[in-house]
Design a binder for this molecule. Sequence first.
Ligand SMILES: Cc1cc2nc3c(=O)[nH]c(=O)nc-3n(C[C@H](O)[C@H](O)[C@H](O)COP(=O)(O)O)c2cc1C
Length: 168
Amino acid sequence: MNVTDAIRNRRSIRHYQEGFVIPQEEIRLILEAAMMAPSARNTRPWEFFVVTDPAVKDSLVNAHPYAKHLKEASLGIVVCGRPDLQNGTDNDFWPQDCGAAVENILLQALELGYGSCWCGIHPEKKRVAAFQEILNTQSVPLALVTIGVSKETPPRRGFYDEKRVTFL
Ligand SMILES: Cc1cc2nc3c(=O)[nH]c(=O)nc-3n(C[C@H](O)[C@H](O)[C@H](O)COP(=O)(O)O)c2cc1C
């Protein structure tokens, strides 16, 4: 699949085939894609939690109002920011770096044949605190990405809107 097709074929998937196990080498590819994202000053201020344990999944589902599909998904990847890794500067680009990592995860998962869904955490303070407690981390959870074999074919929701473009 080329990038043009991948970007246009991606959909948020919220229904997954239960019990499907994603092989470790594919998980590794997905995480590598995340870490290949561009990063301001290349500080790479991120950290990833890969969640397959049913009890941890349940806790995360209870901590997030719009991520029930994690239960059916093969796994969730919690993409966390590490502002402490930004070289002590006033560089506050970590959410952008982590957002780029999330998009790479979505596209890599698609190319491997999986559906996925980006579920926002940061800057919702309650969600951030709950995820930090469950994961026992001081990193800042930015997004939960659910990944698995899709059981649905949602219509395309993205579209080109020329009103949002200015050519100068
Ligand atoms: C920052 C962000 C947060 C999102 N949070 C959620 C969420 O909590 N739960 C969910 O099911 N989808 C979530 N989504 C997915 C959007 O609803 C989805 O991308 C949008 O409706 C467009 O659909 P598409 O991804 O299929 O193109 C989020 C997307 C982004 C970028």
